[in-house]
Design a protein around this ligand. Structure first.
Ligand SMILES: C[S@@+](CC[C@H](N)C(=O)[O-])C[C@H]1O[C@@H](n2cnc3c(N)ncnc32)[C@H](O)[C@@H]1O
Length: 227
């Protein structure tokens, strides 16, 4: 994908935020390649285990769903994305798991998900925080769907790396480490932890890039209030 002009960067930023149409499905494939180490690291930290229900926010075209569901036949997966194209592609790419009753995908903003209260063991999201319109409402929604003692996994690239990428000038909201801890604690998550993984250096357009994945883990308390 060769991107150079401001207009092309703006279009790419829009597609990363919400992939749409033919260009959106191309961008989704490009993300699967570019974010492969990040997704694998995040899923290793997620450590999906037998019997668990996992909800992912912003699964793109659902390429990595198999990496979760192939681990154990008793794991269940729900994918939420506000892009109709991504929900459609994820459903196509994971039809076998849908047929087995182990996966479902729906279109919604993460701040209002059609998911039962306290029904999910683990919520994960990778590379979506930059696009959330309302961080506090979204974190409250994630807490609402998690079971007591459930865990939220938030994977992002660190602010200093994103800031150096020209595309992030076009509407990405970037948060530093302290701010992310503060937001998670303000939302009343507990035992907030961070793991940072340096990825192998890659080359893009003749330039060497050092990438890094940061994964936050945050727990819901053992007792949850019922509204
Ligand atoms: C940059 S892509 C990341 C895809 C994949 N997780 C990855 O890391 O390769 C962001 C994805 O999250 C979705 N998304 C962003 N904000 C969202 C929100 N508030 N609610 C639901 N989906 C969202 C977009 O439609 C897109 O599919």
């Amino acid at each position: 994908m060769d991107i150079s002009s401001e207009q092309e960067l703006r279009q790419l930023a829009d597609q990363l935020r919400k992939p749409e149409g033919a260009y959106g499905s191309e961008v989704a494939k490009f993300m699967n390649e570019g974010n492969l180490p990040m997704n694998l690291h995040a899923l290793a930290v997620l450590n999906p285990s037998a019997g668990e229900s996992i909800l992912e926010i912003g699964m793109g075209n659902g390429y990595f769903v198999k990496n979760i569901l192939n681990l154990d036949p008793s794991i269940h997966y729900i994918g939420c994305d506000y892009s109709p194209e991504m929900v459609e592609l994820s459903s196509e790419n994971n039809q076998n798991f849908i047929d087995q009753g182990r996966a479902r995908f729906f279109m919604a903003d993460a701040s209002a998900m059609p998911v039962e209260d306290h029904s999910i063991d683990k919520v994960i999201t990778i590379n979506t925080l930059y696009f959330w319109e309302n961080v506090h409402a979204t974190l409250a929604e994630i807490k609402r769907v998690l079971k007591p003692n459930g865990t939220f996994y938030l994977a992002v690239r660190p602010k200093h790396i994103l800031k150096a990428l020209p595309v992030t000038k076009f509407g990405f909201k970037l948060y530093n480490n302290d701010k992310i801890f503060e937001m998670l604690r303000f939302a009343d998550f507990q035992d907030v932890m961070m793991t940072s993984i340096v990825e192998p250096t890659i080359e893009r357009h003749g330039e060497r890039m050092n990438l890094e994945t940061v994964i936050y883990q945050a727990k819901v308390g053992g007792e949850v209030s019922v509204a």
